[in-house]
Design a protein around this ligand. Structure first.
Ligand code: AMP
Length: 282
């Protein structure tokens, strides 16, 4: 299908008709819009592996807590659509909250233990919103593969679990975190940062790098790595740590000793902006 033929649909009926004419296999890239190079790297990977690519753009209200940034979340649909069209995406699905959650809505998908740690502990209900909307995106688009970023490491773990537990016949593909030249992980929320805060926000990358360097130099005591990350964050006056973690990659439980694949992760406030980042080691 030529680039100029990008279809844009909103309702479930439109999605169903558009879905019928896509070449198989179909790859899905779920997003909340305000696209950056991280999102585009997922689209490109999907295009390499699939005959058609569907991108969803939906700022999902149910994954935001009552005191989070749902209303302020950056949006620019026109620019997003231009970008996706220039990449040659086949179909963009832009449902509204009323389409996803019509009045009387009362069905939820919830992963248990894995979704209660780390981000789940700090943002109660967040992953329930994520798994519910992703299940609905999967049912609407019925992709063979779905693409997610390592940037949201726990999200990938929780969605993998959901896909297995609910028998979704969908391969979950995780793509590397795309960073700014200064190390800051790309995020739609970086738009909230002024230049001074942007500079301060590189402390997440610096803290993760310090811990990774120590690991590579032979350190296997997980608490020592957590202390290194905390100390690096504490040295940045504009940053306020929410948590740091050195956890088993599969269970996300905090480690004492590092013996296998390990997730270093953190959440940090810079001003009012909450940023997360992670490295995988081991
Ligand atoms: P979002 O729009 O923030 O919900 O992100 C949509 C998808 O893009 C998720 O799978 C994210 O993990 C992924 N993503 C966000 N930022 C990055 C990044 N810097 N590098 C790679 N993937 C990313």
């Amino acid at each position: 299908m030529p680039e100029s033929m990008m279809m844009i649909v909103s309702t479930l009926e439109e999605l169903r008709s558009a879905r019928l004419i896509l070449d198989e296999p179909v790859g899905l890239v779920p997003t909340m819009g305000y696209l950056h190079e991280g999102h585009l790297s997922l689209v490109q990977r999907a295009q390499e592996e699939c005959a058609s690519v569907v991108v969803s753009i939906f700022v999902n209200p149910t994954q935001f807590g009552p005191n989070e940034d749902l209303a302020a979340y950056p949006r620019d649909m026109e620019r997003d659509l231009r970008l996706l069209e220039s990449l040659g995406v086949n179909l963009v699905w832009t449902p509204t909250p009323e389409i996803m959650y019509p009045s009387g809505y009362q069905t939820w998908v919830q992963v248990e233990a894995l979704a209660e740690l780390l981000e789940g502990a700090m943002r109660p209900g967040h992953f329930r919103g994520v798994t519910t909307v992703v299940a609905k995106l999967f049912n609407g688009v019925r992709p063979a593969k779905a693409y997610f970023g390592q940037k949201d490491a726990q999200q990938v773990a929780v969605i993998r679990r959901m896909a297995r537990d609910l028998n979704f016949p969908i391969e979950i593909i995780v793509c590397p975190t795309v960073r700014e030249p200064d190390g800051l992980a790309m995020s739609s929320r970086n738009a909230y940062l002024d230049p001074e805060q942007h500079q301060a926000a590189t402390v997440l990358y610096r803290a993760l790098s310090t811990a990774k360097d120590a690991y590579e130099a032979g350190e296997r005591d997980a608490e020592k790595l957590r202390v290194l990350m905390r100390d690096t964050l504490a040295a940045e006056p504009l940053a306020e740590m929410q948590y740091v973690s050195c956890a088993d990659y599969d269970t996300l439980e905090e480690l004492e000793q590092i013996t296998g694949k390990t997730l270093l992760s953190m959440a940090v406030f810079v001003g009012k902006t909450r940023l997360i980042d992670n490295f995988v080691i081991g």
